[in-house]
Design a protein around this ligand. Structure first.
Ligand code: NAD
Length: 539
């Protein structure tokens, strides 16, 4: 029992999610919904992972002493109840399970659009009050109309597919979607929202809420829309300026709006949006289906355990653009990065001011964020007083004023990708260069200008010495006398110095290092213990 992952469900989760964790032999679950902030901060450090929905408030206070907590999974999308800065600073990964609610939310947006086009809300209200009015509620046919999808991610695309099936024309705007068309040419993509707006009869929003999207439909942008445009929002409140929407409804610029999300939630009881005859509102129901709640709770539990087991990262929210679906060559480079960084770390003796990752080749450019984070953990890990991992490493480095650079270039004449890590600080700059050849074996090909070709693995000894006769013999004798076997060796000469890189069969004892350091002609002697080279997933 002792070494099982301890998981706390701090909100009421769908039973399937709880059952999933309980069915895993390496996990044990406690379900304690409804804890106060103080209660949660008192116990959170006893768990490896926390699963929440939107109720539990995971504040900076809760995360002040995180103990063994390594990850928080949100069963759902929004992470407004989790203090991401605090989690990042403490190296705690925050994940959401957005994928599981994609279809459900797309269906809700689509339902809102259909209901809006046919005045279902207002007609029902009249019927419920005993009325019968067939004139007032004449609607709009969807087939033949143009739907403008703002934000062409998971949900935006699912809505677009459905609209196409209904015979609608679809145009979309997403600054991060680099193609002129999508869905086999059936969706025209726009690079600027202003260019799309005049084309749409109905607009539907599927963007995150951030500084670029806040209030993106406002008084000015409404002016660019078709007169009578209908608006659907099942993304995040705040994307549409509600005051501007009320004005546009009054002037007829907007023909109707269907909203699932609001600037303030719950929507104020006296909000004019509740009673406007051409506004249809639902209380943030986008992801509220039995199927989605089941799926998000299982997804959250599964991604939490996947991360804790070290098997991968899914749905990371606070690990900045980390790409984890790496192909074999990228995976090899990530392993090489870790090894190169660990080799370099003990060479740094006078602080780190700047770390540069030079990535040559397309394969490396597209895994840059992972390489950067893994490399930084290796380079900085032993020099920092806080435990570093790929979640907090950039945050900690930036806090300490360490400049981080990624330089990408084409492979050029190199024939295959190449990675270089350069560290500048108080002493001379250090630079290490690595490659992965066709045999998929990772190689270090240069350290501080000394050229070599060595697979970095196992216990290694790096010896920088004056280039003078007898040094190899001297090193060999000392190592032999210490009963340490040499497995491989590379020597590289530059100016009047030489770098010996030795792979030895067992970790090098401190006494041997000290003896070597005191021999004449020795400039630097360091040792590093790397994982053995035994397959692609060894570390
Ligand atoms: P996603 O990340 O798959 O897609 C978002 C898309 O928006 C991306 O393609 C991104 O490139 C694009 N985008 C980013 N900035 C943009 C900008 N300035 N202009 C235009 N596009 C921009 O996310 P998703 O899973 O499709 O979710 C979309 C939204 O729906 C999110 O805000 C999410 O929180 C919300 N959501 C709401 C509910 C609900 O209950 N109503 C449920 C699930 C998701």
């Amino acid at each position: 029992m002792g070494d099982k992952f301890k998981i706390l469900a701090a909100d009421k989760l769908a039973q399937e999610g709880l059952d999933y964790v309980r069915s895993q032999p390496d996990a044990e679950l406690e379900s304690k919904p409804g804890l106060t902030e103080d209660e949660l901060s008192g116990i959170v450090g006893q768990y490896d992972g926390l699963i929440v929905r939107s109720g539990a408030q995971v504040t900076a206070k809760v995360l002040a002493n995180p103990g063994r907590l390594k990850a928080i999974a949100r069963a759902g999308v929004g992470v407004d109840n989790i203090d991401l800065t605090a989690a990042t600073a403490k190296g705690i990964l925050v994940m959401n399970s957005a994928e599981a609610s994609t279809i459900t939310t797309a269906e809700h947006a689509f339902t809102l659009m259909m209901a809006l086009a046919r005045n279902i809300g207002a007609a029902y209200k009249t019927m419920a009050q005993g009325g019968w009015d067939r004139q007032k509620f004449q609607g709009t046919q969807l087939a033949g109309k143009t739907l403008g999808v703002i934000g062409f991610g998971r949900i935006g695309q699912a809505v677009a597919e459905r609209a196409l099936a209904f015979g609608m024309g679809v145009v979309a705007y997403d600054p991060f979607f680099n193609a002129a068309t999508a869905m086999d040419g059936r969706v025209k993509m726009f690079k600027k929202a202003e260019d799309l707006l005049p084309h749409a009869d109905i607009l539907t929003f599927h963007v995150p809420l951030n500084d670029q999207t806040r209030g993106m439909l406002n008084g000015q942008t409404f002016e660019l829309c078709r007169k009578g445009v209908m608006v659907v929002n099942a993304s995040r409140g705040g994307v549409i300026d509600e005051k501007a929407l009320m004005v546009a409804l009054e002037t007829g610029r907007c023909g109707g709006a269907a909203l699932d999300v609001f600037e303030t939630e719950p929507l104020e009881a006296d909000s004019p949006l509740r009673s406007h005859p051409r506004v249809l509102v639902t209380p943030h129901l986008g992801a509220s289906t039995v199927e989605a709640q089941r799926a998000v709770s299982v997804d959250a539990a599964a991604s939490l355990l996947t991360y804790l087991r070290g098997e991968g990262i899914q749905g990371a929210v606070n690990a900045g653009g980390l790409r984890v679906d790496l192909d074999p060559i990228q995976e090899r480079f990530v392993q090489l990065t870790r090894r190169m960084a660990c080799l370099m770390s003990p060479m740094i003796t006078a602080g780190v001011a700047q770390v540069t990752f030079e990535l040559s080749g397309e394969a490396l450019a597209s895994s840059a964020s992972m390489i950067e984070r893994v490399g930084l953990v290796g380079v900085l890990g032993s020099h920092m007083d806080v435990p570093l991992n790929i979640v907090n490493v950039k945050h900690v480095a930036e806090q300490r004023g360490i400049k981080l650079r990624i330089v990408t270039s084409e492979e050029g004449k190199l024939e295959g990708p190449q990675l270089a890590i350069e560290v500048r600080g108080g002493d001379q700059p250090h630079r290490i260069v690595g490659r992965v050849y066709h045999d998929m074996r990772p190689r270090v090909v240069e350290i501080d200008g000394y050229h070599m070709d060595i697979v970095p693995a196992g216990a290694m000894l790096l010896i920088l010495n004056q280039d003078m006769p007898g040094m190899v013999g001297l090193v060999g004798t000392e190592i032999g006398e210490a009963q340490v076997n040499i497995a491989d060796m590379a020597i590289s000469r530059r100016d009047d110095t030489a770098l010996m890189v030795l792979k030895v069969d067992a970790p090098v004892p401190e006494s041997l290092l000290n003896r070597l350091r005191h021999r004449p002609g020795m400039l630097k002697v360091i040792t590093v213990n790397l994982p053995q080279e035994n397959g692609s997933h060894e570390d």
